[in-house]
Write a protein that binds this ligand. Structure first.
Ligand code: ADP
Ligand code: MG
Length: 227
């Protein structure tokens, strides 16, 4: 489903160079529920952004669903991302002037679906994440946990092959964080969606079926657990 081979990424920040990824090899199969853990600065966000076609590596190859994405034009990457990947950001990244419903519906509108189908799927998805009755609220009138649920609904409504979530529980209290995680696990088993999280939250690591530890831009351990 996802394959990264010898992926390197260096950021140049003024005079200094930061070698954020130093040769990542990672293969992720269908319907995996995988957490990438590691201390702050270890390269988790960089890796997710590269897998998610938001950023590009300096060298190495990335394939998504059997398709080589490295070296492709930005326009192609946007297309691949829209069709196959749902992204959940740490700070939710909802559009403040849009309602919960509109934030979710937009990701289907971008796929060119018809209005009736957009409405049906968005309302169903919002109900699934427990936001029935709150569809017309803007993010400012939702709690952090509710906003993260909107973000999860937005990522999942298009039923992507892959959901990438960058520290999805970092801004949530532990109970709300666990609710969001259970929801993702449920969707993983029901829809077979591949989930990849970055985290340094112990609770998220416990839910993961596979745990990769990242340290200074390298995967230092990769552990599969039984369900
Ligand atoms: N846009 C950027 N410009 C310069 N340095 C960056 C940039 N993004 C990330 N870095 C650096 O790359 C390293 C890895 O960052 P990141 O992938 O955000 O790690 P994590 O998500 O694990 O905290 C850090 O040292 C960080 O400071
Ligand atoms: Mg990060």
């Amino acid at each position: 489903m996802i394959s990264a081979q010898v992926v390197h990424k260096t950021y140049i920040d003024g005079e200094t160079q930061v070698h954020a990824l130093r040769g990542i090899d990672l293969n992720i199969g269908e319907a995996e529920f995988l957490a990438i853990a590691g201390p702050s600065g270890s390269g988790k966000s960089t890796l997710l952004n590269i897998i998610g076609c938001i950023d590009t590596p300096d060298s190495g190859e990335v394939q998504i669903d059997g398709e080589l994405v490295t070296g492709r034009k930005t326009r192609d990457l946007v297309e691949i991302r829209r069709a196959k990947i749902g992204f959940v950001f740490q700070n939710f990244n909802l559009i403040p002037v849009l309602t919960a419903y509109e934030n979710v519906a937009m990701s289907l509108a971008l796929l060119g679906l018809r209005e009736a189908e957009i409405r049906e799927r968005s309302m169903t998805m919002l109900a699934e994440v427990g936001l029935q009755g709150m569809e017309d609220r803007r993010p400012s009138r939702l709690s952090g946990g509710q906003q993260q649920r909107v973000a999860v609904a937005r990522a999942l409504v298009k039923e992507p092959l892959i959901v990438l979530a960058d520290e999805p529980t970092a801004n949530l209290d532990s109970e709300t964080g666990e609710d969001v995680l259970k929801l993702m696990l449920e969707l993983n088993s029901r829809l077979g969606t591949t989930f990849v999280f970055s985290t340094h939250d112990q609770m998220v690591m416990e839910y993961a079926r596979r745990l990769c530890l990242l340290h200074d831009g390298l995967i230092v351990s990769d552990e599969h657990r039984s369900a």
